[in-house]
Design a protein around this ligand. Structure first.
Ligand code: PMP
Length: 446
């Protein structure tokens, strides 16, 4: 961490707390967004005087921008071990937009389904429910994917499941899914696989595998703002042959070869799927972030984050009355990320998160983490409790929402930060809470 922290923007900042003291800020909300790498911002700064609209202009800057943009695709493809003869990169603003793009394009027939799972972020759940007929693979009590159920469903709907859409890793329990095993199963039963790598990409290497490998990934999606690049760019790596079919989901400039009064010919991928002027700076940032991962070494990142997770779980388990969702075993850190979701008995999640912020300068997240069905399953919310809570919400009462607290590590976090976090949790448990908090019923905020 000492070597990596200088590479990160803003990890040494102090923020005000209720006591008036300025405290060094601890960001344990990396699963939402990470801070930027300095080399990414340096690359952006270097490029700023040179950027211009791509593809259309003949000027020097336009040609340079086009070159840079095309180069970023090469970097992304190479990083994901994709095959340029089969694959291309379609950029969009984030994972959500790109999953929606695939979903709109897929167009299953009346008797076809998309199989997804009960552990998805809403971004890899709702697009399938909205545009396709969706089936769901169940999870076990702890929230781990039920591989038997996956096989059962693929078998039962053989030939009728067009796509298996699953997360590479959960943003709630941190569980890493066996995507290659799942890919093999999906292909065996005639389905393709899409991996939502929004959480996987910042923590593990990405590998599409060769197309003739039964374990290959057909679609891979991730976001720049979770891999230490600023907001505004996501990448979809997909089959050129798939993208060649059908109509682009958005039409306008850049997506056509010919337009006349009463017809238009779509251009080839990836341009066909990037209507309007693209975010060249965002693409540069995303690609540079991937290079920085390679410069640091993924193995270094993996080991450091495992160490943090092991350490945090050991310490958290010592706190009486803590419930950790998913695995709480410090020895089981190989197939999980440094994402730890928990509750403290007797303390409302939003309260804990407010005390952590305003008294301890520790940023976590609370609520349902855009994975309502999954979290409610982990919390064992009964149908009656669920109905009562939905009724309260409809009446505008946001004060007692099912939820939990999530801490999530980045590569720059340290054991000292975890120690401060553990002390803060102990203080809360011992009612060493200085501020007076009242919840605003309308907004649910403290
Ligand atoms: N999938 C997962 C697993 C995520 O954690 C997130 C972000 N929280 C998303 C998808 C959506 O990413 P974005 O907000 O960048 O579209």
């Amino acid at each position: 961490a000492e070597k990596i922290r200088p590479l990160i923007i803003g990890c040494e900042q102090k923020v005000p707390t209720l006591s008036g003291e300025m405290k060094p800020y601890i960001n344990f909300d990396n699963a939402a967004s990470t801070p930027s790498f300095k080399p990414v911002l340096e690359a952006i700064n270097q490029f700023m005087p040179w950027y211009s609209s791509i593809h259309r202009g003949a000027g020097f800057k336009s040609q340079l921008s086009t070159l840079v943009y095309d180069k970023t695709r090469e970097i992304v493809l190479q990083y994901c071990k994709a095959e340029p003869q089969f694959h291309t990169v379609v950029y969009g603003k984030n994972t959500t937009e790109l999953v929606n793009k695939v979903s709109k394009r897929l167009m299953t027939a009346d008797d076809e389904f998309v199989l997804t799972t009960r552990m998805e972020h809403h971004s890899n759940d709702l697009p399938w429910r909205y545009h396709q007929k969706a089936l769901f693979v169940e999870v076990d009590e702890k929230g781990r994917l039920d591989l038997e159920d996956l096989r059962r469903k693929l078998k039962a709907y053989k030939g009728k499941i067009k796509l298996l859409a699953m997360t590479g890793a959960s943003n709630v329990t941190g569980y890493i899914n066996p995507i290659y095993q799942a890919a093999q199963m999906a292909h065996e039963y005639g389905a393709q696989i899409l991996v939502d790598a929004a959480q996987l990409a910042p923590h593990r290497p990405l590998d599409m595998k060769a197309q003739d490998d039964p374990q290959h990934i057909d679609f891979l999606v991730f976001s720049g703002h979770k891999i230490y690049a600023p907001f505004g760019q996501g990448a979809l790596i997909a089959d050129i042959a798939f993208l060649e079919q059908g109509m682009p989901d958005q039409v306008g400039g850049g997506v056509i070869d010919i337009v006349d009064n009463d017809y238009a010919y779509w251009t080839s991928p990836p341009d066909k799927d990037e209507a309007g002027t693209p975010n060249v700076v965002g693409a540069l940032a995303l690609a540079r972030a991937l290079q920085v991962f390679q410069e640091i070494g993924l193995d270094v990142i993996v080991e450091h984050e495992k160490e943090l997770t092991r350490y945090a779980l050991q310490k958290m388990k010592e706190i009486p009355g803590i419930t950790i969702y998913g695995s709480d075993d410090p020895q089981e850190v190989d197939d999980r990320l440094g994402v730890i979701t928990f509750n403290l008995d007797g303390y409302y999640h939003a309260f804990v998160s407010a005390v952590l912020t305003y008294e301890h300068a520790i940023g976590v997240r609370n609520g349902c983490f855009c994975a309502h069905p999954y979290l409610k399953r982990l919390l064992k919310v009964t149908p009656e409790q669920n109905a009562a809570f939905e009724q309260r919400l409809k009446e505008g009462d946001h004060s007692d929402i099912p939820g939990a607290i999530r801490m999530s590590f980045g590569i720059y976090n340290t054991k000292q930060e975890i120690d401060r976090f553990i002390q803060a949790l102990k203080d809360i448990k011992n009612n060493k809470i200085a501020g007076l908090y009242r919840q605003n019923k309308a907004t649910g905020e403290f």
